[in-house]
Design a protein around this ligand. Structure first.
Ligand code: AHR
Length: 327
């Protein structure tokens, strides 16, 4: 069942994108006049953010006249390795992938390098000693996102003696966003001992697990002893808010909430006062990925590391000017 779904998504996008053959010459590989073929391995479909990211990649490829072979690895790094190997066998022009976790990629990326296929890392980063294994990394600055969450709390609780007790729903273990959001947050708050993280566990960026963790938290701690929920993504926040409401807790008032991603629904919650701070993680990287792919195929030099632009929306911001998020 699972394999069928994976293959379906792989071939569906392949067939859709193959309809791009014959696109205008300016949008094609200049040296051969043939469309660029890009193999993209997406890590899964765990969140609203991820669905939007996949859409952005697929739409941007079609816009750019790039043929895309898109594979959804369903949260399994082994599936990502298999997909990358199939892209190598197919002799695509460029491989791009969003790695589920940071480690375990050296062997397969070595195979891509040996085959002369450039690699773009998208969204999350890899941990490697050999940076010749990829040409460019287009990522979010997850450490900055964590620091921004910490800075909001510094401001929010500037006139409070503390303690400020924080519960944290973190993302997938060993993934760059979970690591950066964890470390960046603590790097800011460690300067003031009144901030205490009393609970931290991985909810895998999934709404259902955010719900389970919040239930677990409320069986261990009285609601009055929790000041802040710091959630590494909106989906987990939605699950946690459901549980708070069921327990008679007023989100955003009884417990201050910081969420990461900035989907439309969380912005609505921010406007209503049910959430206090939203750290944007931008999923719309598709157009930049396609531009980088074209430049690499054209033999142009591209920066090794590019960070996607992101912002913060919080209860101190002018919320009337936030454009519709579209996802
Ligand atoms: O890597 C980006 C993170 O992954 C987003 O914050 C989250 O929603 C997604 O699952």
């Amino acid at each position: 069942m699972r394999i069928t779904k994976r293959l379906l998504s792989f071939f569906l996008v392949l067939s859709v994108s193959f309809s791009c053959i014959g696109c205008e010459p300016s949008k094609t590989n200049a040296s051969t006049e043939k469309p660029i073929v890009l193999g993209f391995s997406q890590l899964g479909d765990e969140s609203t953010w991820r669905s939007q990211n996949s859409l952005s990649i697929i739409n941007a490829a079609q816009e750019a006249g790039i043929k895309i072979m898109f594979d959804d690895a369903m949260q399994n790094p082994e599936n990502q390795i298999k997909a990358i190997r199939s892209f190598i066998a197919y002799k695509v022009d460029v491989i791009a992938f969003s790695p589920l976790v940071e480690t375990g990629w050296d062997t397969v990326l070595g195979e891509a390098k040996a085959a002369g296929i450039p690699v773009i890392i998208v969204d999350r980063m890899i941990d490697t000693e050999d940076d010749s294994l990829y040409t460019c990394a287009l990522c979010s600055d997850f450490d900055l996102e964590g620091r921004r969450a910490g800075e909001f709390l510094m401001k929010k609780f500037r006139n409070t003696d503390g303690p400020v007790r924080i519960v944290e729903l973190s993302g997938t273990e060993d993934s760059t966003p979970a690591i950066g959001r964890y470390e960046g947050f603590r790097s800011v708050l460690s300067s003031d001992p009144k901030f205490e993280v009393i609970f931290s566990a991985s909810g895998d960026f999934m709404r259902s697990k955010g719900r389970e963790l919040m239930q677990q938290i409320l069986t261990h701690y009285e609601a009055e002893k929790i000041d802040v929920l710091y959630s590494h993504n909106d989906d987990m926040t939605f699950g946690a808010i459901e549980v708070m409401l069921e327990a008679g807790i007023i989100p955003g008032k009884d417990i201050v909430i910081i969420s990461v991603d900035a989907t439309q629904r969380i912005i609505d919650y921010l406007r209503e006062g049910s959430v206090n701070c939203v750290i944007e993680c931008n999923p719309n990287s598709g157009p930049q990925v396609m531009e980088i792919a074209k430049r690499i195929v054209a033999g142009e030099k591209v920066a090794k590391q590019i960070y996607i632009e992101e912002q913060v929306f919080d209860e101190y911001s002018d919320l009337s000017s936030i454009a519709d998020r579209g996802y």
